[in-house]
Design a binder for this molecule. Structure first.
Ligand SMILES: *Cc1c(COP(=O)(O)O)cnc(C)c1O
Length: 414
């Protein structure tokens, strides 16, 4: 499987005594490769099974409809939902738009929404738009560990509050919110909870019933399915969530998301959810082991590693660290054979550093000095060793302010 995934078959022999294929991909929070088993499941739907799932009068359509139905079951099972509560979309961005605008449009003017300052831009940009339409939005701050304060949340809820939009796991620092507590509070106060779970679904157990989630956004390409597919879970009872559709047309997805179904994408997402469910326990143990080694290795080479966000309440594959005095963008330039990302290289043009890192109290320099490791299903311990060696070497090269102790240790090591 690994051979199939190698982008370039460039084998590097190292002084470390290991062999790895470069470039190495360690940016799995940005996107994941399609699992070969997912691709295998999809291919017939780009071939002979090309039918329109709405064409119920012939075998082509029925084959597509059947595949859609099976995928819906698998997706629903992973999150403890029912198949009819799944609305397939083009990804988590669209799911977030449908959840926020769908609830706000139903509620009308004067509605109040609560979000956090570290939500994904897909949530924050929707909030801004809704503010322009007369919706009031409260943005909850987070503590240095990256979590919201439940008392803040309780205090923010008013009679006008129609929705709480709080993510499961953050895409930059991997920190998990206190999900069970948020769900309990939302239920007590009778407010709907939308959870952007693009990073969390398939990585940690998430059950919409036990957590009290009413709306949940998922992205295929964050869990080894293709880009361009995702879904929104919409609770159908206790309570039944009512949404205003944002894309109108042929009435597909219970009228909530019109458009011919993306059957290959849906089939892939179904297979990806099935695999995630089966392999989550062993996979997270492997990811945790690799992350532990990454922390130890970097700490030994560079000393006093500064981890951003809570290390315990966190996705197993995420590590976000700052190297004071280093510019993340410069660091990435010197690390061309490892794909990583930095809080300096931000999605938004007007921003120079990550809104998430600044929200947890980092100043602009420290936010720009950050590096995000996104370990995934296809990473190996050898790649982690390679990454430790390359990152440490590059930082030592860039940083003239290293302590003499670290320098001395480096000299004796070679
Ligand atoms: C990736 C991501 C999104 C956007 O998902 P797409 O499927 O790429 O639209 C939204 N929220 C979070 C937390 C993400 O990580």
């Amino acid at each position: 499987m690994r051979e199939q995934l190698a982008v370039v078959g460039n084998l590097l022999a190292l002084e470390l005594g290991i062999m790895v294929n470069v470039p190495i991909y360690m940016d799995n929070m940005a996107t994941t490769p399609v699992d070969p088993r997912v691709l295998e499941a999809i291919l017939p739907y780009f071939g002979p099974h090309f039918g329109n799932a709405s064409s119920k009068t012939h075998v082509f359509g029925l084959t597509a409809a059947d595949a859609d139905g099976q995928a819906r079951e698998k997706v629903a099972e992973l999150i403890g939902a029912r198949a009819r509560e799944i609305v397939f979309t083009a990804g988590a961005t669209e799911a977030n738009n449908l959840a926020l605008k769908g609830v706000a449009d139903m509620a009308g003017a004067g509605a109040h929404i609560i979000a956090s300052t570290i939500e994904h831009k897909a949530v924050l940009d929707c909030c801004r738009t809704l503010e322009g339409r007369g919706v009031e939005v409260t943005y909850l701050p987070v503590a240095a560990n990256g979590q919201i304060d439940l008392d803040d949340l309780a205090a923010a809820i008013t009679d006008q509050t129609v929705l709480i939009s709080l993510m499961a796991a953050n895409n930059e620092i991997g920190v998990l919110q206190p999900l069970a507590d948020i769900g309990r509070l939302a239920k007590e106060r009778g407010v709907l909870w939308h959870c952007d779970a693009a990073q969390a679904v398939g990585k940690v157990p998430l059950d919409v019933e036990s957590l009290g989630i009413d709306l949940l956004s998922v992205s295929g390409h964050k869990l080894y399915a293709p880009k361009g597919v995702g879904f929104l879970y919409v609770r159908s009872r206790n309570p039944r969530v009512r949404l205003q559709a944002q894309i109108e047309g042929g009435g597909q997805e219970n009228g909530l998301r019109a458009g011919t179904l993306n059957v290959p994408g849906i089939v892939g997402l179904g297979r990806a959810c099935e695999l995630a469910q089966k392999e989550m326990v062993t996979e997270s143990a492997h990811l945790l082991q690799m992350r532990q080694r990454l922390i130890e290795g970097l700490d030994t080479r560079l000393g006093a590693l500064s981890v951003n966000g809570d290390l315990d309440s966190r996705l197993p594959g995420n590590l976000n660290v700052s190297f004071p005095g280093i510019d993340g963008a410069d660091l990435l330039l010197g690390l061309r054979d490892i794909a990583l990302s930095s809080g300096a290289a931000c999605s938004s043009k007007e921003e120079t550093s990550s809104h998430v890192l600044r929200a947890i109290g980092l100043n602009d320099d420290l936010a720009r000095a950050s590096l995000r490791f996104g370990l995934g299903r296809f990473n190996s311990m050898e790649e982690v060793e390679f990454a430790i060696d390359r990152v440490a070497a590059e930082i030592e090269r860039l940083d003239s302010n290293l302590t003499t102790a670290v320098k001395a240790r480096e000299l004796t090591a070679h």
